[in-house]
Design a protein around this ligand. Structure first.
Ligand SMILES: NC(=O)c1ccc[n+]([C@@H]2O[C@H](COP(=O)([O-])OP(=O)(O)OC[C@H]3O[C@@H](n4cnc5c(N)ncnc54)[C@H](OP(=O)(O)O)[C@@H]3O)[C@@H](O)[C@H]2O)c1
Length: 200
């Protein structure tokens, strides 16, 4: 399976390294690939989507919708689009207080299978869950097969099956995106090395 991660920031590089270690083929997508000197192959955004089975949105959430629309909705046809972005302002306000980036992306790219995940903890934690005790990670999306594919990518990173909580369709992305408000407060209170765990 070819994974195309859109963005070349800390999150994109952390994910690329982790999935490469797990044996996946990963390419990073950049607005200016020629300016990057990274260990992972960096290509233009549209080329990365075209060559990927699974695209991962790791661009700044406030810019993601415009960025992915500019790549072109037809490019995403039939592909899994894993959205890990949080759409917030520099002052940590929600960009979509009555909706979510996940829903906006699904509306704008109707033939993509958008799966919201990996936005509820620091990426260092999400790509190495064993660094903490047992905790939870979430899936939101309309397509069961796409969520199963993403669950497999989470398993690659060490997530146990019972730690992966399928919340339902893409409208449930609103919950995990609005959690950013609590995440930011917890981070300011005690640093980024934490996660939440659902106990029943
Ligand atoms: N920090 C975490 O631990 C964490 C955890 C979960 C989720 N997230 C989410 O992951 C995403 C990426 O985080 P990050 O810290 O890696 O972000 P970042 O460093 O600010 O940006 C990511 C990359 O996106 C591209 N980019 C920057 N501005 C852009 C724009 N206006 N339009 C299109 N592309 C742009 C850049 O790559 P090029 O210059 O190569 O184009 C940049 O390196 C964010 O949405 C964040 O909320 C972060």
């Amino acid at each position: 399976m070819r994974i195309g991660v859109l963005g070349t920031g800390g999150v994109a590089q952390t994910m690329a390294t982790a999935w490469s270690k797990a044996g996946r083929e990963v390419t990073l997508g950049s607005r200016d690939p020629g300016s990057k000197s990274l260990e992972v192959l960096v290509r233009p955004l549209a080329d990365v989507v075209a060559g990927a089975d699974v695209a991962v949105n790791a661009t700044p959430g406030a810019d993601s919708l415009d960025t992915l629309i500019a790549i072109g909705a037809p490019s995403f046809a039939g592909k899994v689009l894993t959205d890990v972005a949080n759409a917030n302002t520099p002052s940590f306000e929600l960009v979509y207080p009555n909706s979510s980036l996940g829903e906006k992306l699904q509306d704008a790219l109707p033939s993509a299978h958008v799966v919201k995940t990996m936005n509820t903890a620091a990426m260092t934690v999400l790509t190495d869950p064993a660094s903490l005790g047992p905790s939870s990670v979430f899936l939101s999306g309309n397509d069961a097969n796409a969520k199963a594919t993403v669950a497999g990518l989470l398993a690659d990173l060490g997530w146990a099956e019972d730690a992966i909580i399928d919340l339902g369709d893409i409208t449930t992305a609103r919950g995990v995106e609005h959690y950013f408000l609590l995440f930011a407060a917890l981070m300011q209170a005690g640093g980024p090395n934490f996660n939440i765990r659902v106990v029943r």
